[in-house]
Design a protein around this ligand. Structure first.
Ligand SMILES: NC(=O)c1ccc[n+]([C@@H]2O[C@H](COP(=O)([O-])OP(=O)(O)OC[C@H]3O[C@@H](n4cnc5c(N)ncnc54)[C@H](O)[C@@H]3O)[C@@H](O)[C@H]2O)c1
Length: 320
């Protein structure tokens, strides 16, 4: 599908950016990956770096001149780079804004000057906030809570604006709780990555809250596929859409499944205070992505977790 396409992936050394990069390369694209290494790992690009069609530049999305230079012959941009932590965005809202809003504006401005055919932007379900309507759908009122959510809201509004006023073919994908290989197990990561690491360290998983909160966990391969569909879509120009599995699960149930499937004995679930900025329930309506991109989720949280578990046992535990 991507044979001969020249693609720029921002945040290429991160969890989603590196998985996307590998798939683009396997489909024949020439890929430039950029990352400032704030949260990225070069190890995530080990496979990509063996491919002669891949080049990596340590670059910050706040460096407009560098972006302009690198976008010279680019057809498609996948903008995955971001300040990605909700709790850290509460501590450092200015930094979050400069990377996630001004950095995105740099991407758009450089893409406009360089006549880039398509920009796909990684937005987030956090733009919905904690409104009671479920599932979250694209026509509803947006009410983000955290500075991270506000910044994603602003950035996707810029995506729509640049389509309207400059005719750029932009598409924003609102990801819902992505998980899978290469996700970091830092305190700021997704809960599945944190819990899988704790389980194999024989430590009890700790849920912030009572476990009734729910999420629509989306497996990385579905997110990568959604990006690839959006990257070649004319119909998705100027659109914003949810990318989710379309099926929620409570953290309690998820954690019980994770402990059981991992086969580690003697663990029990612990509970801590609820975190500021966290939302209670999140569940995405994926009809719009189905209609426009023919996107459907091929994984639910259980089949995704089983694949992730196999990866974890064969790749991560073997290295330790
Ligand atoms: N993982 C999820 O569940 C999820 C959910 C919704 C949205 N998203 C969005 O998807 C995108 C990818 O997220 P991820 O989970 O792979 O996170 P990640 O932190 O693994 O990847 C983001 C990458 O961006 C890089 N980066 C940060 N600041 C930068 C800057 N100023 N210039 C250049 N690079 C910079 C980091 O070093 C990192 O490698 C982000 O935009 C994130 O907001 C992720």
């Amino acid at each position: 599908m991507y044979e001969g396409k020249r693609v720029l992936v921002t945040g290429a050394a991160g969890f989603i950016g590196s998985n996307l990069t590998d798939e683009l390369l396997s489909q024949g694209a020439t890929v430039i990956g950029i990352d400032n290494m704030f949260n990225g790992r070069m190890g995530n690009l080990a496979l990509a770096q063996k491919n002669p069609n891949f080049t990596f530049y340590k670059t910050d999305v706040r460096d407009y001149d560098r972006l302009l230079y690198l976008m010279k012959d680019i057809d498609i941009v996948f903008h995955e780079a971001a300040f990605t932590s909700v709790p850290q965005s509460i501590l450092m809202p200015e930094l979050c804004n400069s990377v996630n809003v001004s950095g995105t504006l740099n991407i758009l401005n450089a893409a406009r000057i360089r006549d880039v055919e398509k920009i796909v932007f990684a937005s987030s379900s956090s733009v919905y906030g904690d409104t009671p309507t479920l599932p979250k759908h694209e026509k509803m009122h947006l009410d983000p809570i955290s500075p991270y959510g506000v910044a994603k809201y602003a950035a996707e509004a810029y995506m729509v604006s640049y389509h309207r006023v400059y005719g750029l073919n932009t598409t924003s994908l609102r990801y819902f709780n992505v998980f899978g290989p290469r996700q970091k197990d830092s305190p700021y990561s997704g809960v599945i990555a944190i819990f899988i690491a704790r389980i194999f360290e024989h430590k009890n998983p700790v849920i912030f809250g009572d476990g009734t909160q729910s999420r629509d966990f989306t497996y990385i391969k579905d997110v990568v596929r959604a990006n690839l569909l959006a990257g070649l879509s004319q119909k998705a120009a100027g659109e914003v859409m949810n990318i989710a599995a379309g099926k929620p699960i409570s953290l309690q149930e998820l954690t019980e499944i994770m402990i059981r499937e991992s086969g580690v004995d003697g663990l029990k679930i612990e509970y801590g205070p609820i975190r500021k900025g966290d939302i209670l329930h999140s569940f995405g309506d994926i009809k719009k992505a189905q209609q426009i991109l023919s996107y459907t989720a091929e994984y639910d949280v259980i089949s995704g977790f089983q694949e992730y578990l196999n990866y974890y046992k064969t790749i991560i535990l073997q290295k330790q």
